[in-house]
Design a protein around this ligand. Structure first.
Ligand code: XLS
Ligand code: NI
Ligand code: NI
Length: 440
């Protein structure tokens, strides 16, 4: 046991004073026809949860993540047991990883691949024992110095080939473990200066690698979704996958839109100058909603802080969009989140997950109530009612022209737009949060 002080976390309800209990996440409670666990599909991120020692640019790690191992491979082996103990104790049913999270990078690519092959059977065994599943896999093509100029968008064809080799292996492992998704997050796919960059050529290369990944994945039996995870900047000054809209344009330009969906991360949305809800809406409007990296940014810091999400207002609006999109299919809620550097004990990791899971469970309950009552839907439907008949209907069906609209405007005179009632609607969300709380 790696976390002997932590009990199995149970649902105890809102009145519980036990920090190691869920207050809102009642996994089998049925909401809108499905148990909470099926709506939320929580996943553990291997990298933040089991690899990060909480270093930052100015300081060393504040916790040791060796799990009693002395060699990199031994650490990785022990990490598997720790991962499953943690997920079992937290009732988390999915996980996500990068190739380099599960096994150490070796001196050569061949050695790295062999390291992966030593760990995969252990993961498989634990997955079979517990029923825990792989939400998505990915390749870390950003940490190693070889990727300093990018991976698929490097100026060096040998670097491109190296990334392709890593992605090939990661796809094989994801498929072998029955993963339902494969993520592309373009960690170094961007530029620092346009003075040395052929952006058009780099984007062609990025699309080419994705096309090859789809072809190979389908060939070896990967039936899940490919995702792009948009992020506007960091580590590069400008990342090509800036936001949902940019990614959709890229996918359509290169004919990749059928195989790819979006993996929306809350903190990336805010870095792009959007709200989390905005990015989810863009995905939903374009039928490209896939999965979520659940975390939150710090409004006072301008980088990807990956804080655990605890803001119920945000989780409510997120789950509202998820429900409206028809819920998760292959995707889920991956906690791409890390504890703060001073939260340096194993207990803190558990407390952080409990906080995040409870925040989403509560958000789900509020969103469900909002949708069941339909107050926002009714308001929005009424707000656009002028398009339901008459000239509005003609506009929507493409049955009018500038000539006819001009004649209409001349005859109708000055329009009288209606109030958007923003403040009222915002207070309604608060009201629903309180009303939902009262039912618990
Ligand atoms: C980093 C990204 C990363 C991806 C997976 O900002 O969020 O963690 O989710 O490569
Ligand atoms: Ni992420
Ligand atoms: Ni991120």
């Amino acid at each position: 046991m790696y976390f002997p002080s932590i009990p199995k976390i149970q649902f105890e309800g809102v009145k519980s004073n036990n920090p190691f209990a869920f207050r809102f996440y009642d996994k089998d409670k049925v909401v809108a026809g499905k148990p909470m666990r099926a709506h939320l599909k929580f996943a553990m991120s291997y990298w933040h949860t089991l690899c990060s020692e909480s270093t930052d640019m100015f300081g060393a790690g504040t916790r040791c993540m060796n799990f009693g191992g002395t060699t990199p491979l031994e650490i990785s082996q022990n990490r598997v047991a720790a991962a499953f103990e943690l997920m079992e104790k937290l009732e988390i049913e999915y996980f996500c990883f990068h190739d380099r999270d599960i096994a150490p990078e070796g001196a050569t690519l061949r050695e790295s691949n062999e390291n992966i092959d030593r760990i995969v059977p252990l993961l498989k065994q634990e997955m079979e024992r517990t029923g825990i599943r792989l939400l998505w896999g990915t390749a870390n093509c950003f940490n190693n110095p070889r990727y300093m100029n990018g991976a698929a968008t490097s100026n060096d064809a040998d670097v491109f080939a190296y990334a392709a080799a890593q992605i090939k292996k990661a796809l094989e492992v994801t498929t072998a473990l029955g993963g339902s998704g494969y993520v592309f997050w373009g960690g170094r796919e961007g530029y620092e200066t346009l003075l040395n960059t052929d952006t058009g050529r780099e984007l062609d290369h990025m699309a080419a690698l994705m096309r090859m990944a789809v072809d190979y994945g389908r060939k070896i039996g990967f039936a899940g979704d490919f995702y792009i995870e948009p992020k506007p900047k960091e580590p590069t000054k400008h990342q090509y996958d800036f936001d949902g809209a940019t990614v959709l344009a890229f996918l359509r330009k290169y004919g990749l839109e059928k195989d790819f969906k979006l993996n929306i991360e809350a903190n990336h949305a805010t870095l792009a100058g959007h709200t989390f809800q905005h990015e989810l809406r863009v995905a939903r409007d374009n039928r490209a909603f896939g999965s979520i990296d659940a975390n939150s940014g710090d409004t006072l810091l301008g980088w990807d802080t990956d804080c655990f999400p605890t803001n119920v207002y945000d989780t409510t609006l997120c789950m509202y969009e998820v429900l409206k999109a028809g819920g998760f299919k292959n995707g889920g809620l991956n906690f791409d989140a890390k504890v703060r550097r001073p939260s340096n004990t194993p207990e803190d990791i558990f407390l952080a997950y409990i906080a995040g899971m409870d925040a989403f469970a509560f958000g789900l309950l509020v969103a469900d109530k909002l949708l069941a009552d339909g107050c926002l839907e009714q308001f929005v439907a009424k707000r656009y009612a002028s398009f339901d008949s008459g000239i509005g209907k003609k506009i929507e069906s493409g049955a009018t022209s500038l000539e006819e609209l001009s004649a209409h405007a001349l005859a109708a005179g000055e329009p009288h737009p209606s109030s958007g009632r923003q403040e009222y609607l915002e207070s309604l969300i608060n009201q629903y949060i309180v009303l939902t709380g009262q039912t618990l």
